[in-house]
Design a protein around this ligand. Sequence first.
Ligand code: N01
Length: 536
Amino acid sequence: MADFDAVVVGAGFAGLYMLHKLRGLGLTCRVLEAGSGVGGTWFWNRYPGARCDVESFSYSYSFSEEIQQDWNCSHRYAMQPEILAYANFVADRLDLRRDIGFGTRVSAAHYDEQQQYWFVDTSGQGSFRARFLIMATGCLSVPKVPDLPGLANFRGEVLHTADWPREGYDFAGKRVGVVGTGSSGVQAIPIIARQAGHLTVFQRTPNFSIPAWNGPLPESQRQQMKNDYRALRTKARNSYAGDYADEYYLSILEMTPEAREEAFEKRWREGGFNYQYAFRDLMDNAAANELAADFVRRKIRAIVRDAATAERLCPRDHPIGAKRLCVDSEYYETYNRPNVTLVDIKSDPITGFSADGLKTRSTRYPLDTLVLATGFDAMTGALTAIDIRGRRRESLKDRWRDGAGAYLGLAVAGFPNMFVITGPGSPSVLANVILAIEQHVEWLGDFLRHAKAHGITEIEADAAAEDSWMAGVRDSADRTLYPQANSWYMGANVPGKPRVFMPYVDGFQVYEAACKEVAAAGYRGFHLARATDVAA
Ligand code: N01
């Protein structure tokens, strides 16, 4: 059995930075990664059109001036190959690979209370013992394969956007079906439509999408951003969303109808998430939200020429922003193509598959290829897939049966010395996730340094502190429109998963201040013990 101070699970952006941080603390560490390379979600999500919906200059590490100056992003929003190349660039630059075990899927992690160690098992790649177990497993890493009736009968190719063939896929001339119109579907559909013979999109629920207006970054702009990095990063760190765009400076309801229309138009023209974050009442006032939603529906009707198709694409079942906004490149325009059909499977549900196609209640659709853009068991799926057991062999899956939570979104009572990077109860997916990762890694790094200096061998969240933290997270969410959507933020996309709003909605900057305050108060809400305390 191999022995380390810490085992980190996952070599995505969280695992890479965690490894670097632990090395800096003089701790021995092994990162265990199921994939054959670094990059996490960006290693697996290679579907056509895969791209980040956070701008390149934000979606990058800020902890190293050298790395941020030496890396060059080519577009406003980076495509998946470039983000994967960036993860590899960082891994090489920091010489991280020698401490990563690739092709190593963690199957179990059990805490031994007497020894205060975690025992970690993998599927055939050895066992590990570590004082600290750091779950850097990502919020969107376990693909959700839907239970479509009779899918096994289908003899064509079935692909999932989150587990895409590394060699790519040639759609040329094929009859392709796509199920799923979240961010992945919205990104993939325009590209597949350009290649396929015919594309049929099977839509259950339409989503709101804002144009990305993506394009190459001119060298002058890239240089300017690099020169301004210090100010931009500081601004992001003090913001709600961990980004440097101006946010929350307008009230939809306080504007005149003309000013409001102009404001919506301006944010639509600018593209991306600022359509949501520019307005301070958009997520907590239903009337304001409806005005913003209506503007997007009018845009859809203006873009899509067939009126019935346009209506089918107009979301009406949830407030805009309560499901993550999609950021697209010619998504709605794609429905003007003669080789694209939109089928509403809410009113005409999928009833089965034959060897060569899909059947809805009313129609048969011959297909060569089916693409599932059906999302993820988000935020908790990667953790509950591992047999994690804390004190008294309690399983994490059981603990989270009625809803996931963690003190500060980082540590779970009864699971000492285990930490979850961007866990449920932290801003994670509501913030620029790379900054959310950096903040967690840095805060945890300070905590582990403190533990080392004071001979602390066991760190555990207090159960009451965790309950009170999660009650606060829920109360804050309940004051917004977020819980009104059947979103993956709520676990609503996975049948049987408890419906609990998991991310922290009060803002990245408020959250970071709360974490600092906990540390300044001697890590309030944590029990700290030394090996001798336990033995006594
Ligand atoms: O997944 P989703 P995603 N029958 O859950 C449909 C991030 N991301 O992979 O809404 C029929 O949003 C489902 O329909 P419905 C980003 O944070 C980021 O697209 O449940 N349909 C929905 O349309 C994003 O939010 C980037 O009715 C079924 C779709 O599948 C998150 O990942 C790029 C079904 C799933 O949408 C998830 O996005 C891509 C069924 N049984 C993704 N089951 C970036 O740009 C599901 N659906 C960084």
